[in-house]
Design a binder for this molecule. Structure first.
Ligand code: FE2
Length: 375
């Protein structure tokens, strides 16, 4: 039996009361402007306070760009032409652009119904990843510029950051999963030093690793390079005060063979060209696995002096294996870890009264943002 679950993505509004309780206010449809789903990963410009998002749909138009002003007004729909419904999960912003990713991981229920394929998306043959650059204030897609990674096939859930190096060069950091399937259906054999595991090979997609993309706006070319140092991981995080601007650090959740998060890895982007280690790892310890980290800057109101002045906060679970049934994991102890992002060491580990499930994650809002909520 195959079960297809659809997750509605309209915007639910929750109010945090002075007492710390939560009150559901209902659905925000932006004065009836919003009639489609939105990505779970909108991007907020820390300087202009504008928010950038899009809707990914199964019917035409398959992608709709939306901009939301600082005071919460949603701008007009901007249809982005893509030829088919694909898995569009995230986007990027720079100072002047919003960046869309059209990847060859296509929505195709027919393949799922008529074959052994277990997933409603699959890598399509003969179409290549494309990245579209649109000016943030555009009200139509007329001047969008697309960059193609010809003869490649990959998928991206999450982007870390992007910025304009100069007027002709834009860089984008993201976690890429390469397609493992050749056109003739056979599997790619990855070099032994390119860390890939059986489970990934069986799932037609590799484990995610950190990549740097460089877009040459003058010559219309795009390249990508694997900068992961063979670390498998996703859920990239930055200090969001640097969203869309040059940032020096990316924090990745590293996964093990069972796809559980065993550590957080900090990449020092500025050190990559130098001959010295450019990442530092914080490990949760034996049988302790975590979720997605949140970066919390030390200073809410001012631009932090140093980008990594802050903490990584994350929920983790200390698994207890049933001695009689090693496949069974009893509910163990859950913790909140507070990790000093500069030194990558734990400064607090708080035991929680109840188990927190894997996948649970959160955002950080400042006290001012809480006080500024509109009931
Ligand atoms: Fe996501």
């Amino acid at each position: 039996m195959k079960i297809i679950v659809s997750h509605a993505l309209y915007v639910d509004v929750i109010y945090v009361t002075k007492e710390g309780d939560l009150k559901t206010l209902g659905i925000n449809n932006y004065e009836k402007q919003l009639d489609h789903w939105l990505t779970p990963h909108p991007k907020k410009d820390p300087q202009t306070k504008e928010m950038f998002t899009f809707g990914s749909r199964r019917e035409k138009p398959y992608c709709i760009y939306r901009k939301i002003s600082e005071d919460g007004v949603m701008g007009p729909k901007v249809d982005i032409t893509v030829d088919r419904p694909t898995y569009m999960h995230d986007l990027c912003i720079t100072e002047h652009y919003v960046i869309f990713q059209e990847l060859p991981y296509v929505y195709d229920p027919e393949v799922m119904q008529t074959s052994d394929h277990e997933w409603i998306f699959h890598f399509a043959d003969g179409i290549w990843p494309r990245y579209g650059f649109l000016k943030r204030n555009a009200t139509s897609e007329d001047k969008i510029r697309w960059f193609e990674f010809t003869n490649q096939s990959f998928f991206v859930f999450h982007n870390a950051n992007a910025w304009e190096v100069d007027k002709d060069t834009i860089v984008l950091y993201c976690c890429i999963m390469e397609s493992n399937t050749k056109k003739d259906g056979s599997k790619y054999i990855f070099p032994a030093d390119f860390q890939r595991y059986d489970i990934a090979l069986n799932f037609e997609i590799s484990w995610p690793q950190l990549y740097k993309m460089t877009f040459d706006m003058k010559n219309n070319t795009a390249i990508k390079e694997n900068i992961s140092s063979n670390i498998n991981g996703d859920f990239p995080k930055i200090n969001e005060k640097y969203m869309g601007r040059k940032s020096k650090y990316i924090y990745i959740s590293e996964v093990n063979r069972d796809n559980k998060i065993k550590s957080v890895v900090k990449y020092y982007l500025d050190r990559m060209k130098e001959n010295r280690p450019y990442y530092k790892r914080f490990e949760f310890g034996t049988d302790i696995f975590a979720g997605e980290v949140v970066f919390v800057p030390k200073n809410d109101d001012k631009w932090a002096t140093n980008e990594d002045d802050g903490y990584l906060i994350v929920f983790a679970h200390h698994e207890v294996i049933d001695k009689d049934d090693p496949k069974k994991i009893d509910s163990g102890i859950s913790y909140v870890y507070v990790i000093d992002a500069k030194r990558m060491i734990s400064v607090a580990k708080l035991q929680l009264p109840t188990r927190v499930p894997y996948g649970f994650h959160a955002i950080y809002v400042t006290e001012k943002e809480l006080l500024d909520q509109k009931p």
